[in-house]
Design a binder for this molecule. Sequence first.
Ligand code: AHR
Length: 671
Amino acid sequence: MNKIINQILGLGVGVVLACGCGTTPSETQTETAASHTFQIDASKTIAKVEPTMYGIFFEDINFAIDGGLYAELVKNRSFEFDKPLRGWTELKDKGLGVRFLPINTNNPRNTRFMRVQIEDQGSGAGLLNEGFRGMGLKEGLPHNFSIQVRGGDGKVSAIRIELLDSKGEVIANSRVDGINNEWQTLTTSLTPSKTDAKGTMKIWFEGEGTVDIDMVSLFPTDTWKGRKNGLRADLVQLLADMDPGFLRFPGGCIVEGFDLSQRYQWKNTVGDVDERVVTINRWNFEFDHRPAPDYYQSFGVGFYEYFLLAEDLEAEPVPILNCGMACQFNTGELVPLDQLDPYIQDALDLIEFANGSTDSKWGKLRADMGHPEPFNLKMLGVGNEQWGPQYVERYVPIVNAVKAKYPEIQIIAATGSDGSIFPNGEEEIEYLWKEWKRLKPEIVDEHFYRNPDWFMKNADWYDNYERTGSKLFVGEWAAQSVGVASPDNKNNWETALSEAAFLTGLERNADLVTMTSYAPLFAHAEGWQWTPDLIWFDNLDSYGTANYYVQKMYATNPGTHVIPLEKDGKPVTGQNGLYATATRDENAGELIIKIVNTGEAAVEASFDVAGATIGTEVTAEVLSSKELEAVNTLDEGNKISPRTEKKTLDSEKLSYQLEPYSFTVLRVEAK
Ligand code: AHR
C-alpha cells in the first residue's frame, strides 16, 4: 500500500483535490433560511434495517492495541522485539559488572528471556521501561506489577520497582522477593502519588549473581469491567456508546502481512499470554514518513479477547482470515495452491474455537480460557483487500471447505481496495464482481477512501446498484481531507459532514447494504501511522472525532425499517445541499429522520408524513459547526459533539430548522 499511496501522495494530493474537496455544495443556497418540504410515507417499507447495519472495523494500526486498547504499560515485556532491549534502557555503572543477555529458548511461542548477570552492583543494576511514548500512570490507582523470574548462581534475591513521573521523580515503589531457582511469577501493587501521561518504570535487582526475567508487566486496575490485565475502559466505553451491530477484526492489511510470514495467525494469539507469538506489526515500517520501529503485536488482545469484546458490545463478531495471500500493496506473496491446507484448517478451527463444543479441541481451549459458552459466530471474511484470479483460486477451496462443514456460516468476500488506489482498481473490481455473481458469497466488502466532495456527490452510489443476491458490507471508508492516508489529513467537520451525507445513501439502500464501518478506528496521538481515524487517545485521555459522532448518531438511531423520504418524487441526495433518509422504529413506535444540511445557510425543513399520525414532541440530536475546518482535540474533545433538544410542534406539520453545516436526527412518535 505504501508504494501506491506514496504515488498518490506524490502526484499530489491534487489528484484528489481536483475533484473539488474543500468546497461545499451550495448551487442553490441563499443567504437567508430557505424552506423545503419533504414527503414521507410511513406506511411503506423500502427495506428492513439489519441489526448489523452500523458497526466497528478494528485493526491494530496507530498503536490501537499495544499502547492503546490493551492496558499493558510495559513495552516489549518479553524481550521478543527485533532488538531484545528495544523499549528498555540498561541502568548500571559504566563497566563490565552488569550484563543483560537475551537467551534463546527452544520454544517457538516464547522465544526469549533476559538473563541479568551482576558481578558488581556498582551504584545499582536495573532496567528502565519507557512504555508506549511514556506510561499513563494515575494517582491513587493501584497498578498491578508482575514478573516471571528465576534465580541462578549467586544471590539476587529481590527486585525493587519504581514508577517515575515525567521528571524522573519516584511516585510509587515496591519490592518483590522470594526469588529461587524455579521460574515463578512474582507480583506486587504500586499506587502512584501523582498522575502523569509520560511516566516510566525502573526495576532494580538486589544482590549479585544471575537472574532470568520474562513477561515484565504493569497494568492499571481501572480496566474495562475491572478485568485483570484487561482493556482501557475509556476506549471500550467509546465503542460501547456507539452501540455497534458488529465488530470486524483483526483488520485490515494486518490480516495479510507484508509477507506471509507476518500474516495474522489467530492460533498464535490464543492461550496463555506468555505463549502468544510476538509478531512485528506490519504498520511498523509501512510509511517512511511515520516509522514506528517499536510497533509489535504482543497479542495480549488476541482472537479470544476480540470475541469477548464483541460479546461485551453485543455486536456480531466478524473475523477476517488470511486466504494465502500477503498484502498486494506490499509483497503480494502467494501460498502455492497445493499448500493451502493450513489456511483452510485455520478457518475450520476458528469456527470450532468460536462455536464448537467444549469436547472439541478448539472449543475446549475457548472453555479453558474462560468461555465455555459458544461465541455464536455467524460470519467469516476470507481475505482482506485481495484481488485478481489468484484470490478467487484461493477463496474457492477455503469457502468450499467451510461450507461443507458449516453451511450456516456466511462468507464475506473482498473486492480489493478502493478502486482509485490500487492498480487497475476499477477493472479488478469489475472482474471480482463477475466472480461473486457466479460464486454468490452472502456478503461482499467494498472500501472507499475518497475526498469529502466525492462522498457528497455519491450519496446515491447504491441507489441503482445491481442487486446480485450478495449483501454489501461497506467495510472500510472515510473521507480524506487532503489525500489517501496523507499525514496531513484531518478529522475535520467537513469530512464528517460528507460522511453523514453518504450514510443517508447507505441507509436508504439497507436492502443491499447490511453493514458499514469507518476505518481506521483508533489512533494514538503520538504513535499513529494513518490518519484520519475515528477515535484518538494519548496515554490517559481519549476523544471521539466529529466523524465518530456521525457514526454514533446513525448507530444509535437505526430504526427498524427504511421508509420513503422524497422531495418532488426523488430521494434527497444533495439537492439544495440537503441529504436525508427516514426510518420507522417499530420497537419505539417512532419515526426517525436523518437530515444533513451541507450549506452555509439555515434551512426550514418540513415533512408531510403520510401513513402515520405524528406526535407533537420532537427530539432532535444536532451535530454542527460553523467551521468546516474545525476538529476535536484532546483538549477540546467535545468541541463538535451532539446536543439534544426537544421541540413541541405548534402545528400538525413536522418541521425543524436545520442549522448551517449540520447533521440532525429527529425522532417523533408515529402511530
Ligand atoms: O484502514 C487502513 C487500511 O486501509 C486497512 O488496513 C486496509 O484494509 C486499507 O487499505
